[in-house]
Design a protein around this ligand. Sequence first.
Ligand code: THU
Length: 144
Amino acid sequence: MARRPQALAAITDPGTRELVSLAFDACLKAYAPSSKFHVGAAVRTAKGLYVGCNVENGSYGLTSCAERNAVFTAVGVEGGKIEIEAVAVYARSPGRKVKTASPCGACRQVLAEFGRDAVVTFLEDGKFCSMTVDELLPEAFELY
Ligand code: THU
């Protein structure tokens, strides 16, 4: 069984610690035969907690990121314009030490649609750091 990240203990806010812990659990479910980079994400809204992992595909381009899978699950459950309060991302790669795993540009854009003020917690140089979606993607595209 995979060991929980040591850096988890350093997170003082219990809500954030729970979210990162869920992201860790989710990354263990990843289907990543190509990259071997297993990503988990957890999303919190006022109504619930949702998780997702990355799912790769033999045709490469169809790969779906953990963050987007978590967000799309939340939309599927709550319906419509959900409001994301917080997000956590965690990644591991068997046999390697993953030090940094921040949301990719496409996922930042998707997160921005549902919560520019949402706080995103992710690994940065071996430690967890938190930034708002707006800080991660200033001037995000907005339709109308
Ligand atoms: N990946 C994510 O799940 N989230 C990100 O924000 C960046 C990348 C996945 C996609 C692919 O399965 C693997 O990580 C390597 O890029």
